[in-house]
Design a binder for this molecule. Structure first.
Ligand code: 1CP
Length: 343
């Protein structure tokens, strides 16, 4: 059976425009909170293929999205490279041993050694594929090397990025060595996710906007393109979605061998269509907070449909769903995307 989400990624005609949502910031499903509570903490949940499979399938079964996103986190990579990751309640992720010097970097595992430690992710994918309906797609993902490096250098989420930016301007060679080492692990990690069964790859560059536009290619985009080139060379039938958050000033310079460009909610869809619509399928981009109101949701979904005309488009939020969004409103978003785009 064909997967409409995968067809849409390749720009093929589909019976309607597919839709999916990232949960990340959102713990909006009570069913998720229940499994999460049983698991104890967030990392335990990532490490438990049975439970990770169960929560991956929840949005498909409960709200009716066209693609499931693997339940895991971008930070399992630095964790398995040998950094000590903790998710602290109310504060978010924390590494107690951030990279300060080349010696710190050299202590971390690279390439195959790190990628082969992530067996719990590959096992989760295999379990999901056994249970996911044939017409739904499974999206596997990773963080862009730059976004991962911000956590590895700062030790936690940051508002100013001052430690990694100090490195960017005063010791760019070390930053490039970190980015290159992470890139090697990510390539093999995504290859193993593909071999385990994912249908689509998404690369999240959540902290793209922290880099000034003239430096964005050098410190982030080119590494994302390197990962895409590696995967495309071996797996041309697996579509790739690139999602750099907050880079309207870079739209004119976007290049690379991938299918879908994820548009975040701060970039007008019309602008993205004008600049990139001929080259890439566009994914996005409703402001997630519109989900607080059904009317505001319908208004945006209709506007997106009229801009994109139901072509070369995947409906999506312009970032993650928030924890206190009523489930009923999330269902309304999905139903509206299907309604307005049915041929
Ligand atoms: O249950 C909880 O409290 C944990 C919340 C949560 C969830 C559900 C975190 C902590 N990670 C995740 C899962 C996750 N993370 C997914 C799985 C798909 C899904 O459930 O929908 C994905 C794709 C991610 C990706 C991720 N993790 C990103 C990139 C996407 C984005 O949001 O821009 C980033 C930056 C992270 C780091 C992370 N993980 C979790 C937190 C709180 C953070 C920090 C965010 C920050 O620094 O502000």
């Amino acid at each position: 059976m064909s997967k409409i989400f995968v067809d849409a990624c390749f720009g093929k005609e589909t019976p309607y425009t597919p839709v999916w949502m990232m949960r990340q910031a959102g713990r909006y499903l009570p069913e998720y909170m229940e499994v999460r509570a049983q698991a104890g903490n967030f990392l335990n949940l990532c490490h438990d293929p049975k439970k990770a499979c169960e929560v991956t399938l929840q949005p498909v079964n409960i709200v009716g999205v066209d693609a499931a996103i693997l339940f895991s986190d971008i930070l399992v990579i630095p964790d398995e490279m040998g950094m000590d990751l903790e998710f602290i309640k109310g504060e978010g992720p924390k590494f107690n041993d951030p990279i300060k010097t080349e010696a710190d970097l050299n202590r971390l595992l690279g390439g195959e050694e790190a990628a082969s430690k992530l067996t719990y992710v590959y096992d989760t994918i295999k379990l999901i594929k056994e249970q996911l309906a044939d017409d739904k797609a499974l999206i596997g993902f990773c963080g862009a090397p730059w976004t991962l490096a911000t956590y590895m250098i700062e030790g936690e989420g940051t508002k100013t990025y001052n430690i990694c930016k100090k490195m960017m301007y005063s010791d760019p060679e070390l930053l490039h060595k970190i980015l290159a080492k992470v890139t090697e692990v990510v390539k093999l990690y995504m290859e193993k996710q593909i071999q385990a069964g994912i249908d689509v790859v998404q690369i999240f560059d959540s902290w793209a906007a922290a880099i000034e536009p003239s430096k964005y290619d050098e410190f982030s985009w080119k590494y994302m393109v390197e990962i895409a080139d590696y995967l495309k060379g071996k797996y041309p039938n697996i579509p790739i979605i690139m999602f750099p958050k907050g880079v309207p000033a870079f739209l004119d310079k976007v290049y690379g061998n991938f299918e879908v460009f994820g548009v975040d909610w701060s970039t007008p869809m019309g602008l993205a269509k004008e600049k990139l619509g001929d080259k890439y399928v566009l994914q996005g981009n409703m402001e997630p907070c519109r989900l607080y109101s059904k009317e505001a949701t319908t208004e945006c979904v209709e506007a997106l449909q009229s801009i994109m005309g139901g072509k070369r488009h995947i409906f999506n939020l312009g970032h993650g769903i928030l924890p206190d969004v009523p489930v009923e409103n999330a269902k309304h978003f999905i139903a509206e995307c299907h309604r307005v785009s049915k041929k």
